[in-house]
Design a binder for this molecule. Structure first.
Ligand code: NAD
Length: 475
């Protein structure tokens, strides 16, 4: 069994060359070229062209890496990332404008304001599950903010990594944007370098390694992690719509989505009705069954396929739809969407993020027990609620995002911040939020220091100078 990189013919950078890549990007930043807004807009347009000009090549790479259908590749990857880049071009002047702040009467002559400035040279470490959205998506914010960028794509989505690294020098300025390919040794060498921001997308174990390495340089980090995102459904919801939207959110990329509904929480009464609806929806989605369905993506590697299948073997829940694929599906990495009912909170499937097409249903007594269940676990990346009482639940829980009445769609609203809280990560991006994440907010004060105005301000503020007189503080 060859590795994804070997299968794709992806060449890794050498560990030895990594410090010099970092140094050349740092040098390029000091030339000041990325500070120019027109330069940034041009690079962002080029990033959009890199994707649109090579749509078929990206669809092909995504099909090889993840068995993606063209529809999912266009809808969940290319459209989102291109829109993000185009929006950044259109909004950049507004985002980068100096922001005056009101300091009160005392500061009327000082023009206090905030300049959003590039942090410098940034590292973006991407994950394999959405090789465009989670790898080139953060590049948009970093580029708009005027940074020099080093992107390290995931070695598991190797066809996409290879394509991105081949296209980048043709479309983007190689002085200010570099792609480094590799696995753990190369990522480690990158993390040993000095950056002004590290943006990591992936699992929490590596997230902690990233944060520790960054601490050596006091380098700020954004950690876009995962977790178990719960979905509460109650009897006040339209169960047909809820079932359709939950199943859609779970089957996209066969559940390998950080914001996929990880599990359903409901009362046992709702479970019975909801499972009926979920089965009806499954018939709507896959009229000829799931086997051989060309729309359905595949699990990324055989090791992940075995991991997800192992989760099914360990659970004590009852299979209501799908079921473990047979051994011969291992090489095709096909995995049916599988619903499991009557799952207990301490079931093995409830211990870690599923990140695959299994949807357990856990039953609780009522909404308050549901809230207790959520609060007893790590803060998730998103909480989904199908109920007339969504705000009652939102007011009593924590999560990166909160969505009522649908799944996944908050990710498509470019004006909402995207990010986690607690163990699901910190920092956020998309649109202006990404621009801000990669910008330093530089406080500026322009005190009049000469001429008539200088003299007036000097007189007004003379009380600060020694010898101190407490009476001056009272005036
Ligand atoms: P992955 O294996 O592709 O790893 C991510 C990156 O970390 C890669 O570039 C990899 O080379 C690097 N890496 C791996 N091990 C490393 C190590 N020991 N030291 C340094 N670098 C290392 O991706 P993954 O972790 O399998 O991604 C899946 C996880 O990512 C899931 O938990 C998912 O929920 C999460 N995710 C989160 C978001 C989000 O936006 N919050 C988006 C996508 C995925």
């Amino acid at each position: 069994m060859s590795s994804p990189a070997e299968a794709a013919g992806l060449k890794y950078n050498t560990v030895e060359e990594i410090p010099s890549i970092n140094a050349s990007l740092r040098q390029a930043f000091l030339t000041g070229k990325t500070r120019d807004l027109e330069y940034r807009k041009n690079q962002l347009k080029q990033l959009a062209f890199l994707i649109t000009d090579n749509e078929n090549a990206f669809c092909d790479a995504l099909a090889k890496d993840l068995g993606r259908s063209k529809f999912e590749s266009m809808f969940a990857e290319m459209m989102l990332t291109v829109n993000e880049a185009v929006d950044a071009v259109e909004s950049l002047n507004k985002w980068a404008k100096k922001e005056s702040v009101h300091g009160g009467l005392a500061w009327g002559f000082h023009n206090p304001h905030v300049r959003r400035e590039p942090k410098g040279t940034v590292l973006i470490l991407g994950a394999w599950n959405y090789p465009l959205t989670v790898q080139l998506g953060p590049v948009v914010g970093a580029m708009a903010a005027g940074n020099c960028i080093c992107l390290k794509p995931s070695e598991l989505s190797a066809h996409c990594a290879k394509l991105i690294s081949e296209l980048a020098p043709k479309y983007l300025d190689p002085e200010t944007f570099r792609v480094v390919n590799g696995a753990i040794p190369e990522s480690t060498a990158l993390l040993d370098c000095r950056w002004e921001h590290i943006f990591y997308t992936g699992n929490g174990i590596v997230g902690r390694i990233v944060a520790e390495k960054a601490a050596k340089w006091l380098c700020p980090t954004s950690l876009e992690l995962g977790g178990k995102s719960p979905t509460w459904v109650d009897e006040t919801a339209d169960l047909t719509i809820a079932a359709r939207r939950i199943l859609w959110g779970k089957q996209l990329n066969v559940g390998q989505t950080c914001i996929a509904p990880d599990y359903i929480l409901c009362t046992s009464k709702v479970q019975g009705e909801l499972v009926k609806k979920l089965k009806q929806v499954a018939d709507e989605f896959w009229p000829s069954g799931q086997e051989g369905n060309k729309d359905q993506s595949k699990i990324v590697t055989e090791n992940h396929w075995k991991r997800v299948r192992g989760m099914l073997e360990g659970t004590a829940g009852k299979i209501a739809l799908g079921g473990p694929p047979d051994e011969k599906s291992q090489s095709s990495k096909a995995f049916p969407v599988t619903i499991i009912t009557d799952v207990k909170g301490d079931d093995s499937i409830m211990t870690g993020e599923i990140f695959g097409p299994i949807l357990p249903i856990v039953t609780v007594k009522d909404v308050d027990e549901g809230i207790e269940f959520i609060n007893a676990r790590d803060q998730p990346l998103v909480l989904y609620v199908f109920s007339d009482h969504a705000n009652y639940i939102f007011d009593r829980t924590r999560s990166g995002a909160a969505v009522s009445g649908d799944t996944l769609l908050h990710n498509a609203v470019g004006t909402l911040p995207f990010g986690g809280t607690g163990p699901s990560g910190y920092g956020s991006y998309h649109g202006k939020w990404g621009f801000d994440e990669f910008s330093h907010k530089r406080a500026v004060l322009e005190a009049p220091a000469k001429g008539v105005l200088g003299a007036i301000v000097e007189w007004l503020m003379k009380g600060r100078y020694p010898p101190y007189n407490l009476k001056e503080l009272a005036t």
